[in-house]
Write a protein that binds this ligand. Structure first.
Ligand code: HXC
Length: 257
């Protein structure tokens, strides 16, 4: 697939996807979502990739779903086509995705970041769910993932007023893992992703799956599943290598990366 709205690169075992519709602040149109789906699927299936970074430009991670493309849709168009269903590729990826967010992450852009596993924000980042100002509500998980990330009080504030929240506030609220200077954003994201990609891939995939279970099940069931997954990892050679390396005071060389 020839990409028009994204760019991809590989940095060792890290796959980088850069959203690239500068004229529309990376607004997420059907073409971009199809390309993102294709690129993510490619990296997710590629045995030489252990972690993925998703970023935008300095001005915008993504300013939301493409309003010009959505404006004239009828209910029946939207319902039958179920265009938001095609956004699920990001949430479905098995490998970890680090979102490197600079500038605007609004509406679907904020929702896209929240589908990722670790959100790094530039000090310039602005998060928000401004859909209410367009006469609609968030449609790609904003009312759900944002509420789980920051709690009801702040989620209601953001969703009902449509105001933007800066990087520091987003970090305090728990939406963002770390804030870094804008100039260092992509380098920091690549560094984080490279560190993850050097670890045991089965352990990394299982860790991601286990954390995500916390959002979908009860505490007792989540803990039962975590314990089963923990025991299962003793079937991997990477567990023997990781623990032997610690005991022998050397760096682990994982076979399954
Ligand atoms: C289509 C968009 C866009 C969007 C910006 N642009 N956001 N086009 N859809 N979401 C376009 C503008 O029309 C303009 O193109 C160009 O990008 C630059 O934008 P400006 O507004 O001139 O830039 P600026 O003054 O810096 O303001 C930046 C901004 C503003 C605050 C981010 O653009 C803005 O409010 N954008 C909309 C944000 C939003 O409402 N997002 C939620 C969308 S709904 P032209 O050609 O005019 O120069 C949504 C629902 C998700 O995401 C549900 C799942 C599908």
């Amino acid at each position: 697939m020839a990409y028009e709205t994204i760019e991809i690169e590989t940095h060792g075992r890290v796959g980088l996807i850069r959203l690239n519709r500068p004229q529309a602040l990376n607004a997420l149109n059907a073409r971009l979502i199809a390309e993102l789906d294709n690129a993510l699927g490619g990296f997710d299936r590629d045995a030489d990739i252990g972690c993925i970074v998703l970023t935008g430009s300095e001005k915008a991670f993504a300013a939301g779903a493409d309003i010009k493309e959505m404006r004239d849709k009828s209910f029946v168009d939207a319902f039958l086509d179920d265009f938001i269903g095609r956004w699920d590729a990001v949430a479905r990826a098995r490998k970890p995705i680090v979102a490197a967010v600079g500038g605007f992450a609004l509406g679907g852009g904020c929702e896209l970041a929240m589908m990722c596993d670790i959100v790094l924000a530039a000090d310039t980042a602005q998060f928000g769910q401004p859909e209410i100002k367009l006469g609609v509500i968030p449609g790609a998980g904003g009312t759900q993932r944002l509420t789980r990330a920051v709690g009801k009080a702040k989620a209601m504030d953001l969703v009902l007023t449509g105001r933007m929240m800066g990087a520091e506030e987003a970090e305090r609220a728990g939406l963002v893992a770390r804030v870094v200077p804008a100039a260092e954003l992509v380098v920091e994201a690549l560094k984080t992703a490279a560190a993850i990609a050097a670890l045991s891939l089965p352990a990394v995939l299982i860790a991601k799956e286990a954390v995500n279970r916390a959002f979908e099940t009860t505490l007792a069931e989540g803990i039962r599943q975590e314990r089963r997954l923990f025991y299962a990892l003793f079937a991997t050679e990477d567990q023997k290598e990781g623990m032997s390396a610690f005991v022998e005071k050397r760096k682990a060389a994982f076979a399954n990366r």
